[in-house]
Design a protein around this ligand. Structure first.
Ligand code: GLY
Length: 389
């Protein structure tokens, strides 16, 4: 290896598959990360013991782009006659509901899926959350392999076993903790991800940096251009780093009784925004971006975070790009939804607030008036931060 430039070494390292273990009370599994991992999925599915063969759940768009690569080496898979071995559904956040789950379960029943069936979820966060919930409940549980194709799903939602759907009353109100038997992360699929979707995933990367990885935060500040260009070596640095961070948190606390709550940084405001706009205006990561900035303001207001760190968080989020506006959403409505959030206790949200970059505190209560004021201030501060970027 001597004599190679550091960039060349990055590429050599990236060419090798990485295996990251997720250990939980309800089961252990690995996340395979690497370029070309998608094409190896068939061999991996074949190794699953006592399997009735894979059945793919995906969206029409993702299936068209990546379904062929995924199934190329599936044992016995015939692209001309396997139409009932793949189920496609709409992957917008507004489709993440019980009616979609029922539709998929009925198709599984008609396709003769039995308890040995292995579901393969090929898609972003909505596909993974819905497919995971179907896997948790169809015949009281069948195996699922997650093959995430968006950044948000690769760094966050495909790992850790949270599955479920939204209700008009709130985000993810029906669901189950249900761990997959394997996760396959191929960064090549990010090539075809629309720019807005990619940026939405990047906010979850910023989340990991703020909650526990100051070095990653500095890296993002310095190399945001490379990240936004989806430079392969840069992605090969950040994606596995986030997966490892998530695996470490989930290992300590699978069911969110304690430390896993830190992964909800930005999600209290974020979920309320999604629900207030009926899941139609924001991609999940975009709502989390507003939520992280809102939580940052709350931390400053509570005297828990230095102004300088708050400016860095706002500025980094603003440099990622534009966000759908929040101006049309009333502060009172947001406060009302937050009171009813599943994580609130007796109507009081348990906030995750930054203490400094790389460290957060959880279980903090903040008066409604402060929450409302922070939410109302957000658009102006975001516009100012955008102006600086
Ligand atoms: N996305 C937050 C969690 O998995 O806990």
């Amino acid at each position: 290896l001597l004599g190679r430039s550091s960039l060349e070494l990055c590429y050599i390292f990236a060419a090798t598959m990485q295996k990251i273990f997720v250990r939980t009370a309800s089961g252990n599994y690995s996340v395979i990360y690497g370029r070309g991992a998608l094409r190896r999925a068939g061999a991996m599915a074949e190794r699953l013991a006592d399997s009735a063969g894979p059945l793919v759940l995906s969206s029409p768009r993702v299936w068209k782009l990546w379904g062929g690569s995924l199934t190329a080496r599936f044992p016995g898979w015939n692209p001309d006659s396997n139409w009932d071995r793949r189920i496609l559904f709409d992957d917008r956040e507004s489709s993440k509901r019980l009616a979609t789950v029922e539709g998929i379960c009925r198709q599984l029943a008609r396709a003769g899926a039995d308890r040995r069936t292995v579901l393969v979820a090929l898609g972003g966060g909505v596909v993974g959350d819905v497919a995971g919930f179907v896997a948790a409940t169809y015949l009281r549980g069948v195996r699922v392999v997650h093959v995430p194709t968006t950044l948000v799903a690769q760094v966050d939602s495909a790992i850790g076993g949270k599955t479920g759907v939204n209700l008009p009353e709130g985000k993810n109100l029906v669901g189950a903790f249900y761990q997959p038997c394997q996760v396959i992360v191929d960064p090549e699929v990010l090539r075809t991800l629309p720019a807005r979707q990619f940026r939405a995933g990047l906010y979850e990367v910023i989340k990991y940096a703020v909650i526990g990885d100051a070095a990653l935060f500095e890296f993002l500040e310095r190399r945001l251009g490379n990240v936004l260009r989806r430079d392969p070596a840069t992605l090969d640095y950040i994606v596995p780093r986030c997966i490892r961070a998530k695996a470490a948190v989930v290992r300590q606390d699978e069911r969110e009784g304690g430390v896993r709550q830190i992964l909800n940084f930005g999600h209290t405001f974020g979920h309320a925004l999604e629900s207030a706009t009926r899941y139609r205006c924001f991609l999940h990561g975009e709502a989390v971006a507003w939520g992280m900035m809102g939580a940052t303001l709350l931390a400053v207001a509570a005297g828990r975070l230095d102004f300088e760190d708050a400016v860095r968080i706002l500025h980094l989020a603003a440099r990622v790009g534009p966000l759908p506006p929040v101006d049309g959403v009333r502060g009172d409505r947001i406060v009302e939804i937050i009171r009813g959030d599943k994580k609130s206790r007796e109507g009081h949200a348990q906030w995750v607030l930054p203490r400094k970059i790389g460290v957060v505190e959880r279980g903090i209560e903040v008066p409604d008036a402060v929450v409302r004021k922070a939410f109302v201030e957000l658009p102006r501060l975001f516009a100012a931060a955008r102006g600086r970027s």
